[in-house]
Design a binder for this molecule. Structure first.
Ligand SMILES: [Zn+2]
Ligand SMILES: [Zn+2]
Length: 133
């Protein structure tokens, strides 16, 4: 955590551990229920997550119903400074997985000439996840 310039706090360690143990992106509610004994209030959780996002340790991904989920960056990204990856949405359990696919090529689409200015993009795949097969 030090390498991201974050002070190590109890709340941060707990939230980080939960995110590390999860294969899928988590909502605030998911994280709160995983913290045993309700040791963390909502406000602290919000602050903790946004400090992770600001520090580049985690990222946000929106569900179909516009809920924000959080996931840690993939290890490959942390090492190589890659910003991008694809998200896989399971049609059955609606879990969102981060997949280490390089999506740089999509950013290179010369759409600018047509008047569209791309500020961000997301590569999203849909299907059935391993635990729903
Ligand atoms: Zn699933
Ligand atoms: Zn992701």
């Amino acid at each position: 955590m030090h390498q991201y310039g974050l002070k190590v706090t109890n709340a941060r360690i707990k939230v980080l551990r939960i995110l590390m143990q999860s294969q899928v992106a988590l909502s605030h509610g998911d994280i709160l229920t995983r913290i045993h004994g309700n040791e963390l209030d909502k406000v602290t959780l919000y602050r903790t997550l946004s400090s992770f996002v600001n520090a580049g340790l985690a990222h946000k991904v929106a569900t179909e119903d516009r809920t924000w989920l959080h996931a840690l960056h993939l290890p490959e990204e942390r090492n190589e400074g890659v910003e991008d990856h694809a998200h896989f949405v399971c049609d059955t359990c609606e879990c969102i997985y981060c997949l280490p696919l390089v999506t740089e090529d999509m950013a290179a689409i010369p759409i600018k000439e047509s008047g569209f200015q791309i500020k961000s993009h997301e590569y999203r795949l849909r299907g059935t996840c391993p635990s729903c097969h």
